[in-house]
Every structure is written in structure tokens, then in C-alpha cells.
Design a protein around this ligand. Structure first.
Ligand code: NDP
Length: 326
């Protein structure tokens, strides 16, 4: 068929999201999922083909784009350059400070192999990055703000769970509504970390544990909570399961600038996501289409969202896009 043949590397939250996103895009088909775990463990997953990650190489020529769904901390630094040697790839590497170095490593692999590797796409980095760039380029005199949430932060949730006496817990990053409204109203405040976000923790304590001590340890934890206004609410295991098992997220990119004689101009982009991984997976899938198109034109090397024209994301032809969406 003429469909774009897609492979998935890594079957976590994002990997599952990509399966469902491919199902919503009739111009794509899923060839297989490659995992470091025993593929037999996924025998009950109807209609999906699982393979050992070490067998991926034999799929060269049978897969147009590999979507890399590993974690940014330890998986992608290895898998990004490795897979760029074999396939066109797309990933969501999100350790902002390390993106330049990661780009170089993946670019070397992709240029040598003649593949395209779209790195660090998703929403931040990704859609938020595009919006920061556009806003800054258009309103050259201005102030930028990025707020995250309301959403679950995996790192902060893990930090709570390491506190003695804590059985389970989840942390929501919540942007300050008051501050956002001031910016929307035309103010350009200088904001400290504490001003921008609050951190709401929902904690299940072990039986007999000292709740005040747990609360104190959480709110004073350096790097994670001490620079923020943090609330700690104790809940039951049942409530944690019932009310806090989703992975919502989102946020705002705002630039407040001036043109002419102090004419205020405000650009705002926002996302409100019930599922962070399902949404991120949908972004990756659209960029897989772009990677396939670019590869077809003979392009090679690592690319970020800044390098890819928006029309490449769409299954529609340029003529159709000009007619319908311009
Ligand atoms: P997961 O932890 O769910 O999955 C990461 C990897 O861990 C998988 O590829 C899988 O590899 C392995 N794994 C998953 N579940 C299990 C399990 N039960 N037991 C053992 N191994 C498992 O991470 P996410 O999918 O939630 O996120 C991946 C990355 O996406 C994040 O690290 C983050 O950096 C990035 N991200 C980027 C965003 C952006 O906007 N740019 C937004 C959201 C996320 P294998 O199958 O090989 O075992």
C-alpha cells in the first residue's frame, strides 16, 4: 500500500498513545512495536505485533519512520543516535538543557546514514517552542512567559513518594491564575519561580505515620518544593486511585509586546490536555508524516520543529491547504 509505514520503539505511555494516534490517521499503518522486554509479555494485546528491539534492524526498508517513545533521561540519549543510523526517526527528547548536545549526536548519525531524525517534538519542547519563536520574531520588543499546568509532574510525584512514611502520591503543577490575568491585562511583571506556579500534593500516608512531619519534609524539600508555595492534602489509597490516575497537563505561552508608540500587543497560545502522553503521541505522529515527506525529498540530518514547515504535518496537499485553511 502507499500508506506511511510506522514502527514504535518503546511501549510506555507514549508508545500506547502512538498506537491510538496511528489508528486516527488513515494515511499511516503500524508495522510493529519494538521493546526491550520479552515480546511474549504482550501476547494479550489484540491486533498488535511486538518484536525484540534487537530485531529492529531487519525491518530496514519495511518501516518508513520509527517513532521513538523511550524516556528522555536514559533511553533516548542511547536510542536516538542508534536508531537514526537505521531509520528515519521522530522523538520527544525533553531535557531542554541537553538538546543542543543531543542534536549534534543524532545529526552526526543521521547525516552519515542519510536519514531524517526529528528530535524534541511534542508540546514542550515542540508546539510551545514554535509559539515562543513566532511571538519573539513578530514582537521583537516584549516579554515572554511560559506557564505549565495544571498537570501532573512525574519528577515531583516521584520525589513525594521517596519521603519516609509516604505510601503513594501525586503532584500537580498549577499556574497562578492571578498572575496570568495580570499579564493578559497588559502588565509585564518580573516573576520569581514562586510567583508563577503553585504545587499541590495529594499524599497517601502509611498507617501511623506523622502527617505533620511528612508535610514539613515535602514543603521544605530543596529543588523540588522549597522555592514554591506548596499544599499537601492527605487522601486515602482509594481516593488516589479513583481521582488521581489520569495524566492531565497543559499550559500557556504568552508574549506581551509593544509596537509603534507603545501599542500593547499580546499573543497567547494554550493547551488543556486530559492526557499528556496521548496528546504528545499525536504530535509525534504528525511529525512522522513530515519526516517521511522530507525524506522523500532527499533531506537528511537532525531537524527540530523550527526546521519543518507546517504544511508537512498535514496529510492534505498544498493546493488543498491553500483552499481550505489559508
Ligand atoms: P514511560 O516511562 O511510560 O516509558 C518509557 C520507556 O520505559 C518505554 O519506552 C518502555 O520501553 C519502558 N517501560 C514502560 N513501561 C514499562 C514497564 N511497566 N516496565 C518496564 N519498562 C517499561 O514514559 P512515557 O511514555 O510517559 O514518556 C516518555 C518520554 O516522553 C518522557 O521521558 C518525556 O521526556 C517525553 N515527553 C515529552 C513531552 C514533550 O512535550 N516533548 C511531553 C511528554 C513526555 P521498553 O518497551 O523498551 O521496555
Amino acid at each position: 500500500s502507499s500508506k506511511i509505514k510506522v514502527g514504535i520503539v518503546g511501549y510506555g505511555n507514549l508508545g500506547r498513545g502512538v498506537v491510538s494516534a496511528i489508528g486516527q490517521n488513515p494515511d499511516m499503518e503500524l508495522v510493529g512495536i519494538f521493546t526491550r522486554r520479552d515480546p511474549a509479555a504482550f501476547a494479550s494485546e489484540q491486533g498488535l505485533s511486538f518484536f525484540r528491539i534487537s530485531d529492529a534492524e531487519s525491518f530496514q526498508g519495511k518501516i518508513d519512520v520509527m517513532i521513538l517513545c523511550g524516556g528522555s533521561a536514559t533511553d533516548l540519549p542511547e536510542q536516538g543516535p542508534e536508531f537514526a543510523k537505521l531509520f528515519n526517526t521522530v522523538d520527544s527528547f525533553d531535557t531542554h538543557a541537553k538538546i543542543p548536545e543531543y542534536f549534534e549526536r543524532v545529526n552526526d548519525a543521521a547525516v552519515t546514514a542519510g536519514t531524517i531524525a526529528v528530535i524534541s517534538t511534542g508540546w514542550d519542547p515542540g508546539l510551545f517552542s514554535i509559539n515562543r519563536l513566532m511571538a519573539e520574531s513578530i514582537l521583537s520588543e516584549g516579554t515572554d512567559y511560559t506557564f505549565w499546568g495544571k498537570g501532573v509532574s512525574q519528577g515531583h510525584s516521584d520525589a513525594i513518594r521517596r519521603v519516609a512514611g509516604v505510601k503513594g502520591g501525586v503532584q500537580y503543577t498549577v499556574p497562578s491564575e492571578e498572575v496570568i490575568n495580570r499579564i493578559r491585562g497588559g502588565e509585564t511583571p518580573e516573576l520569581s519561580t514562586r510567583d508563577k506556579h503553585i504545587r499541590d500534593c495529594y499524599v497517601v500516608a502509611e498507617e501511623g505515620a506523622d502527617q505533620d512531619k511528612i508535610r514539613q519534609e515535602i514543603v521544605s524539600m530543596p529543588n523540588y518544593f522549597s522555592d514554591y508555595d506548596t499544599t499537601v492534602t492527605f487522601i486515602s489509597e482509594e481516593e488516589l486511585r479513583r481521582d488521581h490516575s489520569e495524566m492531565p497537563h497543559g499550559g500557556f505561552v504568552i508574549r506581551s509586546g509593544v509596537t509603534g508608540k507603545n501599542t500593547r500587543q499580546i499573543i497567547e497560545y494554550s493547551l488543556k490536555l486530559e492526557s499528556n502522553p496521548e496528546f504528545t503521541a499525536s504530535v509525534l505522529t504528525a511529525y512522522a508524516r513530515a519526516a517521511h515527506r522530507l525524506a522523500g525529498e532527499g533531506a537528511k540530518g537532525a531537524k527540530t520543529v523550527f526546521d519543518i514547515a507546517p504544511g508537512y504535518l498535514s496529510p492534505k496537499s498544498p493546493e488543498q491547504l491553500r483552499k481550505e485553511l489559508l
